[in-house]
Design a protein around this ligand. Structure first.
Ligand SMILES: [Fe+2]
Ligand SMILES: [Fe+2]
Length: 338
């Protein structure tokens, strides 16, 4: 998953503020045990103080969440003897795609990271740390959910189970890369502790499908939009992680394609009036959550030369356009009609 990250095409207008640079250095390495989304926590952690490791998380409605679901229902949904809509040959083809592992050697760091982090100072430094923490938490959330689905579906549908396992590989890689980014700021998320201590939000399988499908596709558009924008405006390229977004977002796109195939195999989640209402509700709530999250962090987007509202509108329009152009199935149209 990647909803906390952003985005795809250049946006017409951008903010005018420039990245803030300095040569200041921060103290010793600190492990943050919770997703410290509050500015005060990030600030304390950035200073390398011991208090940062003990600061309690400030959970809000918009904090990236961890999800769990009804795994027994999931097993029934992917049992080929019960569900005759499962297109196993399509899943086999997708599995081969995931096994190819296009990004196996993509996430390799270099010395530019630390050097760039040391030059980021002032409010932008805090907001950068928060961006890395939230993004890492969101990617790690995907890892946990997909890993468990891979484990639970092994007997029922080994092909689907292996795809989930390979998607959890991708998300672990993304989360790990972001966590290494935090080390450039002398911080690290304690992901083991986070796994045990964090509250899990329960969603029925139907809602897991809606939410993850949207989150993967939105994540793709957010990453690629940022990548293309910074390629055209290199003066805002203040940290090298964005250079990795072009290949990175292809992982999210593949994840979205897999959920598209999963949803096609569950027509009961798409075609009746209740499903249509729920899918519209999820579309709306995912867009609103993204917008509210981003509006709280305009300093980050302005710091990389983006206008937050234009950026979000661009992503929403592209996602809807994508559904419209590349999807002819009834449930896609449901999403598109929102
Ligand atoms: Fe991801
Ligand atoms: Fe993903």
């Amino acid at each position: 998953m990647a909803t906390e990250m952003a985005l795809v095409k250049p946006i017409s207008k951008f903010g005018t503020s420039s990245p803030i640079f300095s040569n200041s250095r921060y103290g010793k390495f600190t492990t943050v045990r919770m997703s410290s989304t509050s500015q005060s926590t990030a600030k304390a952690a950035a200073k390398g103080g011991k208090k940062a490791a003990k600061t309690a998380i400030k959970e809000t409605l918009l904090t990236p969440r961890f999800y769990t679901t009804d795994f027994d229902e999931m097993e029934a949904l992917f049992n080929t003897e019960i569900n005759k809509n499962l297109n196993q040959s399509e899943f086999e083809a997708l599995l081969q795609e995931f096994k190819t592992d296009y990004n196996q050697t993509h996430f390799v760091r270099n010395k530019e990271f630390k050097e760039a982090a040391d030059k980021i100072d002032g409010p932008l430094r805090q907001i950068f740390v928060e961006f890395l923490e939230r993004s890492c938490t969101a990617e790690f959330s995907g890892f946990l959910l997909y890993k468990e689905l891979g484990r639970r579906l092994k007997k029922t549908n080994p092909v689907v189970a292996e795809i989930f396992s390979l998607m959890s590989r991708d998300e672990a890689r993304h989360a790990g890369f972001l966590n290494k980014g935090l080390s450039d700021f002398n911080l690290a998320l304690d992901l083991g502790f986070l796994t045990k201590a964090r509250k899990y939000t329960f969603f029925k399988p139907k809602f897991i499908f809606y939410a993850t499908y949207l989150s993967e596709k939105i994540g793709y558009w957010r990453y690629i939009t940022i990548y293309r924008h910074l390629k055209e405006n290199p003066e805002y390229q203040c940290y090298p992680i964005f250079k990795y977004f072009e290949n990175w977002c292809q992982d999210e796109n593949r994840h979205g394609d897999f959920f598209s195939a999963l949803l096609k195999a569950q027509p009961q989640f798409l075609n009746d009036w209740k499903a249509k209402l729920w899918s519209r509700f999820f579309c709306l709530s995912v867009y609103v959550t993204m917008y509210l999250n981003d509006c709280q962090r305009t300093a980050f987007y302005e710091g990389i030369g983006l206008d937050t509202k234009e950026f979000d509108m661009h992503v929403i329009i592209e996602v809807r356009f994508w559904f419209h152009c590349y999807s002819v199935r009834p449930w896609h149209i449901t999403f598109n009609e929102l």
